[in-house]
Design a protein around this ligand. Structure first.
Ligand code: F6P
Length: 365
């Protein structure tokens, strides 16, 4: 703990945005100010540190009225890994260089004592590596995917589930009117948490998630049975990272050069297959980044504010290389390295999946 000089801490937001980021920033800033510290924001994830020009002072006014706002006032990127920074060579080719030493230099130049790094899997991995190289870091777990094992839940997830559930609710009437199968592709590259929770809450007829490989014929049979039973329409929710039994997830080549594969296309494939196999008209909706936008729910706001406050507590105690974690009823610190080591996946025989099955929801298995 510093004594003779005011403590100077920095905060950044990395990776894909999630509702609640601004609430964390506000809690970090106000908690730090209440300790008599100075606070600085780093722009665009780690970019502001690598380039050295993105360190901005944050005061009470900077974080006024932002608790309920989606996005992040600091900006973010999921392409700013300082350990693999692209550098263009004279012949136009690109090589990856490690610019992490510059982060440590810029940190020291600004007289910063600690970094609160708000991020998901990727950004917290970077935080963990920087911590091993001597940067005093406290992590805050963010991701709508809810796939970090070391915390009961990440902020942003609750809002994304609500957004997805609202969308499914609205699809019931149009699907029913047209007697159609509506397929909804939801986010979740490696895990099906959003799809599972929204699918159950929104009364889907089938839920397709990466943790339970599906059979197309089994899915088609479930839809035929639903039409027979009535009402004659169906809602199928598909996680973007889902894969058919014995098959692979669907990837799209974002840059057209094979270097930037992204998950996507599984919903469309499922819709086409279902239409062909059942004869029922099927349409696909990709909800996409809507799930990351908008105002955080009250649950996510509170969780984000608690995480921000707890992160400042960990800094004050000198507990670096940690991540704040919800372990009800408390928020406490867990080692960052452990926190990023395991992905939290949906247990196929857990109570949520069991509940869904009892409600007559098919997983296509
Ligand atoms: O990690 C959250 C997430 O929303 C994933 O579910 C999704 O695949 C990804 O981000 C998309 O990120 P972007 O389009 O920003 O690259």
């Amino acid at each position: 703990m510093p004594s003779s000089k005011p403590y100077r801490i920095a905060v950044n937001t990395g990776g894909g945005d999630a509702p609640g980021l601004n609430a964390v920033i506000r809690a970090v800033v106000l908690s730090a100010l209440s300790e008599g510290w100075e606070v600085f924001g780093i722009r665009q994830g780690y970019q502001g540190l690598v380039q050295g020009d993105g360190v901005v002072p944050l005061d009470r006014a900077s974080v006024q009225g932002i608790t309920h706002l989606g996005g992040t006032i600091l900006g973010t990127t999921n392409r700013g890994n300082p350990f693999e920074w692209p550098r263009t060579l004279p012949d136009g080719s690109i090589e990856m260089v490690d610019r992490s030493p510059e982060i440590l230099d810029v940190f020291a130049e600004h007289g910063l004592d600690a970094l609160v790094a708000i991020g998901g899997d990727g950004s917290l991995h970077i935080a963990s590596e920087l911590s091993k190289r001597g940067l005093p870091v406290v992590g805050v777990p963010k991701t709508i995917d809810n796939d970090l094992a070391a915390t009961q839940v990440t902020f942003g997830f609750h809002t994304a589930v609500q957004t997805a559930t609202d969308a499914i609710d609205k699809l019931h009437s149009t699907a029913h009117s047209h007697e159609r199968v509506m397929v909804v592709e939801l986010m979740g590259r490696h895990t099906g948490w959003i799809t599972l929770y929204a699918g159950i809450s929104g009364s889907a007829d089938a839920i397709v998630i990466p943790e339970i490989p599906f059979g197309m014929e089994s899915l088609a049979e479930a839809i035929r049975a639903k039409y027979e039973r009535g009402p004659r329409y169906a809602i199928v929710v598909v996680a973007e990272g889902a894969r058919p039994d014995g098959g692979e997830p669907s990837l799209v080549d974002a840059g057209g050069d094979g270097k930037n594969p992204r998950y996507g296309g599984m919903g469309e494939w499922v819709a086409r297959e279902l239409e062909e196999r059942t004869g029922f008209e099927a349409r696909n909706l990709v909800l996409g980044h809507l799930q990351r936008g908008g105002q955080p729910t009250a649950y996510d706001r509170l969780l984000a504010l608690r995480f921000g406050s707890a992160a400042v507590d960990l800094v004050a105690q000198g507990h670096f290389g940690c991540m704040v974690s919800l372990d009800p009823p408390d928020v406490h610190g867990v080692p960052l390295e452990e926190a990023v080591a395991t992905l939290k996946t949906v247990p196929p025989d857990g109570d949520q999946v069991r509940t869904a099955r009892r409600l007559g929801i098919s997983f296509g298995d």
